[in-house]
Design a protein around this ligand. Sequence first.
Ligand code: F6R
Length: 248
Amino acid sequence: MIKILKNLEEVDLEAARILAKQLILKPNSAVALPTGLTPLKMYEAFANFARSKIVELKDVHFFNLDEYIGLTKSDSSSYAYYMRANLFSKIAKVDHRIPKTNTLDPEKEALDYEKAIRSAGGFDLCFLGIGVDGHIGFNEPGTSFSSVTHVANLHSSTIERNTKQIGKSIPRKAITVGIKTIMNSRRIVLMAVGIEKAKVISQALLDDITPELPASVLQLHPNLTILLDEESAQKINSSANEFHLINP
Ligand code: F6R
């Protein structure tokens, strides 16, 4: 199902509502969370829901999708820092995991992380952003669709964009949840906003499914919700009639 909303605020509010509903229906859900610019307002809205007791968080299991290798939790470029600043400092203490990448053995951490996801029963709900190169999590072009949590080399376009975003240089590697792990989620919500995502959204949803565009694998997921703003939906609007996923 595709929902085209007006702007980033509406996309993020809808995502926060989906998360709240999930936790009302299944309080002990395992939920995968992205970082980046797209979900910032989702976390703001969700923190408000939590503060006003719309949702209880004592049984939830949150997992982040990825983390840069070599950063400590207190490094302001780390996703652990991002999550604390944008969500976890604003709500009661919850069960939350993010890959621990300040280690000499990131491969082992990746294995342990995958095991922890499995022990939680896999993701009930997985939120995703999308890179301009089609990455989901940090599964860059060429990543096998059968990948589980692993150490990934970041694509040059990802390094360039994220460096600009943070204003300082970032590591070249990350631990990311794999594509198979994502596809095993019972429900996936893909979010995209802004004109810079229009091309990749149209490629991911309308073109051939290929590891060269990792997000294209989502066409095969049986329970996919896509939340777009008007700008990121610009190139699929014109082909809406041929698009089997769009709501009539
Ligand atoms: C980050 C992540 C990435 C981002 C993607 C979009 O945890 O998994 O896949 O979701 O790079 O980033 P923004 O939202 O900044 O455009």
